[in-house]
Design a protein around this ligand. Structure first.
Ligand SMILES: [Zn+2]
Length: 175
């Protein structure tokens, strides 16, 4: 997930290619991702820093399908805190909902208002292979739900209001 105020970092070490809806020829963004059998494997330990670097270019969250890996893994950075989630399951949603504008590295240039539950409880496996639970509210809960959707093959545009808030489109209607 990206937010409009996201700023590009210029000290990138590794950048992974981002799958977008227009270059996703194998439909990875629309597939349910597979469980990660061993979150502590060397392969995962190598992949995580690359995903974090890539996320930091412009985003606050990045899911593995967005870099062409159809596995249940995403990284998030909210309030300066980076978190890694393997095999997450959202087990509880609040009744209260909120609407906020979202964007996505895989749907470049599009911003839409999305209604989501304000709070969630999510179970996941951490980078040490330990099963944990997080109760999240507000912006963090929104980012977690956006990234979780990627593991289910769901894009934020599926959940968005039909009215686009894409600046380009807005301008197109101002005559
Ligand atoms: Zn996204």
């Amino acid at each position: 997930m990206v937010i409009r105020s996201g700023s590009a970092h210029d000290n990138l070490k590794v950048m992974l290619d981002i799958l977008t809806v227009s270059n996703d020829s194998e439909g990875i963004l629309r597939r349910r991702a597979a469980k990660v059998d061993d979150p502590t494997s060397d392969e995962m330990r190598a992949l995580i820093p690359e995903m974090i670097e890539t996320m930091r270019e412009d985003g606050v969250g990045l899911a593995a399908p967005q870099i062409g890996r159809s596995i249940r893994l995403f990284v998030v950075e909210v309030d300066g805190r980076v978190s890694v989630y393997f095999n997450p399951v959202i087990v509880r949603y609040s009744e209260e909902r909120s609407v906020t504008e979202e964007g996505c590295l895989s749907v470049p240039g599009v911003w839409k208002n999305v209604s989501r539950p304000e709070g969630i409880r999510m179970e996941y496996t951490d980078i040490n292979g330990k099963r944990s639970t997080i109760d999240a509210g507000g912006f963090l809960a929104r980012v977690l739900q956006h990234e979780y959707d990627h593991l289910e093959g769901i894009l934020f545009t599926d959940r968005a209001d039909t009215e686009p808030v894409d600046d380009t489109l807005k301008n197109a209607y101002v005559i």
